[in-house]
Ligand binder design. Structure first.
Ligand code: SAJ
Length: 455
C-alpha cells in the first residue's frame, strides 16, 4: 500500500483499524475510533471478555459514556473478537495491552507478543501504534530492532508510533477526547499518519515528538504526582509525631500563592502511579544515575497502609485489651472508581487479618474483599464494630450523617472512626460520639498521651 493511499484512507475514515487489548484503555479507544466512523475490530485474548462485549456488557459499566457507546456501535462499526483472522489486512493496528512491573524491571512480555501479532496482521505499508506504557528507550532499543528483524523498514514498509494514553479512570471518555496527546515517532510519515488518526477523535492539541521524549513525558507526569503525594504523606507522618493536625497545616500552607500540597492518605494505588516511577527509576539506575527521590517517594507511599494497620492494631488493643472487629469501608484505589488495582486498602486489610482482628469489608462499587469478610450491606458492616475505617473517598461516605452512623453501630463502649482519606470534620465526628482519628493527626485520643508508632 502506498503512503498516500493510507493517508487518504485514514482521512476518509475508511481504514480498517484493529485494537489489541480491550481493557481500560483499549475498549474506550476502540469505541471512540469507531464513533469517528472507522471500522474497528477490538481483539482480546480473554474469551470471556469478548463474549461479554459481544453481548453489550462491560466491566466499565460505571464509566460515563462507555456502555452507551458499546451498545450503539457494536455490530455496526465496532466488532469485538478473539479471532485473529478478523484482523488480517488491517490498515492500522493499535496496541493497548498491559505493561506491568516485574520484580526488578518492566514486564514487556504481553507487549512483545502483541507487537508480533500486530506485525502479522497489519498490511504492508500499514500503521502500528503503541498505546501501552513503555519504559524509556524501549522504542529505540527494543521495538525498532524487533520490527526491523522482520525485514520491515520503519518509515517505508511500515509506520510506527508511540502514543501513550494519559486518561484518568472514572473520566476515561472525557480525558481520552479532551486531553492533549503526545505522539512519539522516529520518522515524519509515521508521526503524520498517527496524528491524522488521533485527530479523528481527540479535541485537545496533538504534539509530535521523538519517541524517547514521549516515553519520558508519560512517566514524568505520573512520577510527579507520586512524589507530590509522598510529600503530603511525609508531612502527615511528621504531624502525627509532632502533635499537630496536618489538615490545618495544609490548609494554611496552601494559602501561599506558590504552594499546592496534595492530600495525604492511607496510600497510593492504581495501575499507573505504583508502576511508572519504577520504570523511570530502573532505566536511569541501569545507565548510571540513581533517582533517589523517586524511589523514596514510592517507599513512603507504599508504606502508608502498613503504618495505619499498625496504628489501628495498637489502638484496638489499648481499647479492648485484645483483638477487635474492624469494618474497612471502601476498597477501591480511589473514590467513586470501581477499580481495585493496586489498592492500598489491600495490604491494610491483609495486615489487620494477620494480626488476628476480625475484618469486615464493604465497598459499594466492587466485590473484592482482600481476604476480609465481605459484607454487601453498609449498615450490617458497621453494626457492633470497634473501628470504622474509611479507606476510600466515595461520595456515598461523604454524605453520611455521623450521628445516625454512631447509632447504627449501636455499641455502648467507645467506637473509633478512622478517617483514612480526610473525609469528615473531626469535631462533628467527636460530637457524634466517635473517637476520631485520622491520617496526619496525633493519636492522643485514648489516654491523652501520644502513641508513638515507629517505621
Ligand atoms: N491520591 C492521594 N492524594 C492526592 C491525590 C491522589 O493520596 O492528593 C491517591 C489516590 O487516592 C489514588 C492514587 O493517589 O490511590 C492515584 O490517583 P490519581 O487520581 O492521582 O491518579 P490515577 O492513577 O487514577 O491516574 C493517573 C493520572 N496521572 C496524573 O494525574 C499525573 C492520569 O492522568 C494518568 O492517565 C493515569 O495515572 C495513567 O494511566 O497513567
Amino acid at each position: 500500500m502506498l503512503y498516500e493511499d493510507l493517508e487518504t484512507a485514514i482521512k476518509a475514515r475508511e481504514a480498517k483499524v484493529s485494537v489489541l487489548g480491550q481493557g481500560y484503555i483499549g475498549l474506550p479507544t476502540s469505541l471512540l475510533i469507531a464513533r469517528a466512523g472507522f471500522t474497528v475490530y477490538g481483539f482480546d485474548v480473554n474469551e470471556e471478555l469478548i463474549r461479554d462485549l459481544s453481548k453489550g456488557s462491560t466491566k466499565l459499566e460505571e464509566e460515563k459514556g462507555i456502555p452507551e457507546l458499546l451498545r450503539d456501535l457494536k455490530g455496526r462499526n465496532y466488532f469485538p473478537t478473539n479471532d485473529l483472522d478478523d484482523l488480517y489486512g488491517s490498515d492500522v493496528v493499535l496496541i493497548a495491552v498491559p505493561t506491568p512491573k516485574g520484580r526488578n524491571g518492566p514486564d514487556l512480555g504481553m507487549l512483545i507478543s502483541a507487537l508480533e501479532t500486530a506485525l502479522g496482521v497489519v498490511r504492508r505499508g500499514g500503521l502500528v501504534v503503541i498505546e501501552s506504557t513503555l519504559p524509556p528507550r524501549a522504542f529505540q532499543d527494543l521495538i525498532l530492532p524487533l520490527v526491523e528483524s522482520r525485514g520491515m523498514r520503519v518509515g517505508t514498509d511500515i509506520y510506527l508510533a508511540y502514543c501513550p494514553e494519559r486518561a484518568l479512570p472514572g473520566k476515561l471518555i472525557q480525558e481520552l477526547t479532551q486531553n492533549f496527546r503526545i505522539i512519539g515517532a522516529a520518522d515524519e510519515r509515521s508521526g503524520r499518519l498517527a496524528k491524522i488518526l488521533y485527530e479523528s477523535f481527540v479535541e485537545g492539541n496533538i504534539e509530535i515528538v521523538d519517541p524517547l521524549t514521549a516515553e519520558m513525558v508519560k512517566l514524568v507526569e505520573n512520577s510527579f504526582r507520586d512524589v507530590n503525594i509522598a510529600f503530603a504523606n511525609e508531612i502527615a507522618r511528621m504531624c502525627e509525631t509532632l502533635g499537630v493536625d496536618v489538615r490545618r497545616v495544609r490548609e494554611l500552607a496552601n494559602k501561599h500563592p506558590r504552594v499546592n500540597m496534595l492530600i495525604p492518605g492511607i496510600g497510593v494505588g492504581g495501575s499507573c502511579l505504583t508502576k511508572d516511577p519504577w520504570f523511570l527509576y530502573w532505566i536511569s539506575r541501569e545507565r548510571g544515575y540513581t533517582p533517589n527521590l523517586i524511589r523514596e517517594s514510592r517507599r513512603i507511599n507504599s508504606g502508608m497502609p502498613y503504618h495505619y494497620a499498625e496504628v489501628l492494631d495498637e489502638l484496638v488493643r489499648r481499647l479492648r485489651g485484645g483483638r477487635g472487629t474492624i469494618a474497612v469501608l471502601g476498597l477501591t484505589y480511589k473514590g467513586d472508581v470501581p477499580d481495585p488495582r493496586e489498592s492500598p486498602v489491600e495490604p491494610l486489610v491483609k495486615e489487620l487479618v494477620k494480626r488476628g482482628h476480625t475484618v469486615r469489608t464493604y465497598d459499594p462499587l466492587i466485590d473484592s474483599s482482600f481476604g476480609g469478610e465481605r459484607i454487601s450491606d453498609f449498615l450490617e458492616a458497621v453494626r457492633g464494630a470497634d473501628v470504622l475505617a474509611f479507606t476510600a473517598d466515595h461520595s456515598e461516605f461523604k454524605m453520611l450523617d455521623l450521628k445516625k452512623l454512631r447509632r447504627a453501630v449501636g455499641k455502648d463502649g467507645p467506637v473509633i472512626l478512622f478517617d483514612g482519606r480526610l473525609l469528615f470534620d473531626p469535631e462533628e465526628a467527636e460530637e457524634a460520639g466517635f473517637l476520631y482519628i485520622s491520617v496526619g493527626r496525633p493519636y492522643s485520643i485514648l489516654d491523652n498521651s501520644l502513641v508513638t508508632i515507629k517505621d
